[in-house]
Design a protein around this ligand. Sequence first.
Ligand code: NAD
Length: 449
Amino acid sequence: MQQQLQKMKQLPALTLAERTARLKSLARIIRQHQVEIINTVSSDFSHRCAQESQMAEVMVCLDEIKHTLKNIKQWTREKVWHANWKFFPSKCAISPQPKGVVGVMAPWNYPFNLVIEPLVAAIAAGNRVMIKPSEVTPKTATLTQKLLRQVFTEDEVFVVLGDAKVANEFSQLPLDHLLFTGSTQVGKIIMNNASQHLTPLTLELGGKSPVLIDDNYPLDKAANSIAKGKWFNAGQTCIAPDYILISKERKAELVEQLKQQLTTSYPDFAENDDYTAVVNAHHMQRLNKYTEGLAATQIVPLSESSEPARQKIPPTLILDPAADHPIMQEEIFGPYLPIMTIDTLQDGIDFINQGERPLTLYLFSHRPAVIRQVREQTTSGSLAINETLVHFAQEGLPFGGIGASGMGSYHGHQGFLAMSHMKSVYYQSRINLNNLVRAPYSQLKKKIL
Ligand code: NAD
């Protein structure tokens, strides 16, 4: 790893023509191998819904490449303007420069997408890239390595396979930038490791993304959107709705609406190809612990099954868990969805503000005053109003967390900026009036003061 990095550091940055050619060929390879990508992710998960993979692993990456190719010339252009009048007629400029060799570390929940999207930003900015995919999805990691070799030389993009020990070494390399996507807990280790070389970091982390429902928002619409966003990938999404805050009087109706949505979407979840499995036995055990210490009446499964489920947990509501129960203290990252009741909207805002800063806050409201109140009184990586998940797929929106949910952001132009050094350049004109300002200052005083 070390040697390969040193070698890559000696090589020149990718030219604009090389970046464009590689991104086009990356899009072609993804299109050609999409069925293989979808099937491989599915075999790593024991089952991943094909349409979910099509949308989240293939389509989103292709859209990101398309958007990047459309804008790359404009992003890479040096921006020049006249300096302050006192220095006229000299010029100032900002000249984007590749940082050098960028590291990308990815998690398992969208194991292809979360390698490719940071890679696209890094290549657009002209960097060489070292990648460490997740060991939890090893088949996808190997396939990613194989596909990237068809697009890039190993000196352009180098994929390192291995476990957490390898990941730990990887994050200690003297990289020129490191984009890490993963848990808040491991994010702290990464930040500590990266500090050895003052490696600049983008940390795309997790946490609890709350859903706040305003009193007169229609619950059929809210339930429809929450169900789509929560049980996509069986809740194993960094921005999955993690818990709901709703007024006491409306809780029973919301439960009913969610039941209706779920029985329509997944009438028999265990054998239903549309419902994704929990990634592995370790995560099954982790998730099963969340029902410990709860009364049977608090646990409401929303889908029935006549068959024993193969590594699947049905969509399940958890009603009014105590605020100090682990399910309300940790990121759930699975198909359980707690519903907490509040007396007023302000109670909901206060509850959210007592916790760590969320990656996304979901608000369901049509009232502009409420939207403004929540936008101004809460702090989160993103705020999504009246819909779940799709803000991730907007190339024009920076994606990232704040506080415990992350640091920095990427996607689209923001990704290009994160992977570039925005170099300040000053162009002195032939006529240099600055020469008037020099010692002895007594002369200057006579001339201009
Ligand atoms: P993780 O933190 O366990 O692993 C992520 C990466 O860190 C992997 O490549 C792994 O090899 C490496 N790693 C694991 N242990 C390490 C150690 N001790 N030292 C150094 N590296 C180590 O995360 P995960 O379980 O793969 O993914 C789930 C988490 O990722 C969730 O918290 C989720 O919210 C978050 N996530 C965030 C985003 C985002 O964009 N913000 C997207 C997807 C997932």
